[in-house]
Design a protein around this ligand. Structure first.
Ligand code: NAD
Ligand code: SAH
Length: 419
């Protein structure tokens, strides 16, 4: 069975997109070349739930070329699938269950196909596959060698399973690699979020007031890029005092959302939390305010409140829904409150996903090589693999760095040198 995608005749366009991504993912391509030679994943069955993009496509091809017996892929978001890429991957021999614009039932049906493919190793983004395996497929989950998790929210869900003693296989939290979150979450989301906002609206950012909810790695990148695009005021909202202070010292205004609500022209949520923008905030917003989410699922902008406050709702442009409130004000929700960078644009640029997915590839290899030796825990990626990704990335960028002299190495190890 080849899976289910929208239209196989889109494969040629998808192949071109994959080719473009490969050109910009040199680290992953190097691992793929090595994998072709050594076939380190020979015979493995791999199940993945990731955004079906050109970058994910390159990862799936690398896994297959490294000997995986079967690679099954479903989408980690109902709206983020690039249908042409999905078709090209089917042609390449990957079993894909993904199309753009799935209903909730279709979305979970596709993930179910991955679970039922009896994978040895599972890759997930957001934790929906892990959650399904730990609730409906416990027996199958018990046979899994290990899993990986791509994003902050997924890691939080897995840690909660671990804490409750319910985790059924070891997991590598790929998100926690430095070469992932420092780059993907920050620079990847920073750029692609504005790419999504601009593609959806074509509005000018210069001169606008941008409110960023959450100053984690994602929020930092978004605030940085908002400033770079000439926003008049960049306002950060936080609940964590340390991160709030960091935002202040980075030169941003910090205030509660209840205050920021009346000031912002563009709101971007990046907290991984629910109902960060809700009724009391919508009630204060200016006419024309734009609402976008770059964080967890479609719960950060609380849509039920927006719906109940509105007298009219219509799609005014692709990925832009206009809500007319009782007093006539209009608020514009982008991408149905889902990840604006993946729904209204193409997700992170390939150069950033190069590192995230090199980490995914190495995590799969690590789980396979350490089969039976790992506990049912959430592991951070081994430091030496993280450093290897950074070294390879620098090398492919033609950047050299210094090495410690033997005296320096000795100095750093010793406690005995004083002033
Ligand atoms: P993080 O934990 O580093 O940061 C989240 C921040 O939000 C924290 O500082 C937290 O204190 C703050 N926060 C929580 N509740 C809040 C509230 N009610 N108001 C204001 N601030 C609040 O996480 P991160 O790595 O920055 O990721 C954030 C979210 O983005 C996660 O859901 C993650 O999965 C997702 N993510 C999305 C993309 C993408 O491509 N769009 C990329 C990476 C991560
Ligand atoms: N599945 C959830 C979780 C957030 S997705 C949801 O859809 O709401 C956030 C993750 O998307 C990030 O950790 C990032 O690594 C990944 N991502 C961003 N751009 C991508 C791209 N071009 N291809 C594949 N994954 C991408």
């Amino acid at each position: 069975m080849k899976g289910r995608v929208k239209d196989l005749s889109l494969a040629e366009q998808g192949r071109l997109k994959l080719e473009w991504a490969m050109k910009h993912m040199p680290v992953l391509m190097r691992l793929r070349e090595e994998g072709r030679d050594k076939r380190p994943l020979a015979g493995l069955r791999i199940g993945a739930v990731l955004h079906v993009t050109k970058e994910t496509g390159v990862l799936m091809m690398a896994l297959k070329d490294s000997g995986a017996e079967e690679v099954v892929l479903a989408a980690s978001n109902p709206l983020s699938t690039q249908d042409d890429v999905a078709a090209a991957l089917v042609e390449y021999g990957i079993r894909v269950y993904a199309w753009r614009g799935q209903s909730s039932e279709e979305y979970y049906w596709c993930i179910r196909q991955v679970a039922e493919s009896r994978p040895d190793i599972v890759l997930d983004d957001g934790g929906d596959l892990h959650a399904m395996l730990h609730s409906e497929y416990k027996k199958l989950a018990g046979e899994i060698t290990g899993g990986t998790e791509e994003t902050t929210t997924g890691v939080i869900r897995l840690k909660s399973l671990e804490r409750e003693g319910l985790l059924l296989y070891p997991v590598v939290a790929v998100n926690n690699a430095y070469t992932k979150f420092l780059f993907d979450n920050r620079y990847g989301t920073g750029q692609s979020t504005f790419d999504g906002i601009m593609r959806a609206t074509n509005i000018l950012v210069a001169g606008k007031n941008v409110v960023v909810a959450g100053y984690g790695w994602v929020g930092k990148g978004i605030a940085l890029r908002a400033r770079g695009l000439g926003a008049r005021r960049v306002i950060v909202t936080e609940v964590d005092p340390i991160r709030a202070l960091e935002a202040v010292f980075d030169g941003f205004e910090v205030m509660p959302m209840s205050e920021a609500a009346g000031i912002g022209d563009i709101f971007v949520t990046a907290t991984g939390n629910k109902a960060v923008i809700r009724r009391e905030h919508f009630e204060k917003m200016k006419d024309g305010a734009i609402l976008a989410n770059a964080g967890h699922f479609n719960v950060e902008v609380w849509i039920p409140d927006l719906e109940s406050l509105s007298v009219r709702k219509r799609v005014i442009r692709e990925n832009v829904t206009e809500y007319t409130l009782r007093d006539g004000r209009k608020l514009y929700l982008l991408a149905e409150g889902r990840l604006v960078n993946l729904v209204a644009a193409e997700g992170h640029p390939s150069e950033v996903m190069d590192m995230s997915f090199a980490n995914q590839y190495l995590a799969v290899k690590y789980l396979h090589e350490n089969k039976g030796r790992l506990e049912k825990k959430v592991y951070n990626p081994p430091r030496e693999l993280d450093e290897m990704v950074a070294r390879l990335k620098l090398e492919t960028m033609g950047i050299k760095i210094d090495e410690l002299t033997p005296e320096q190495a000795e100095y750093l190890k010793s406690w005995s040198y004083g002033t």
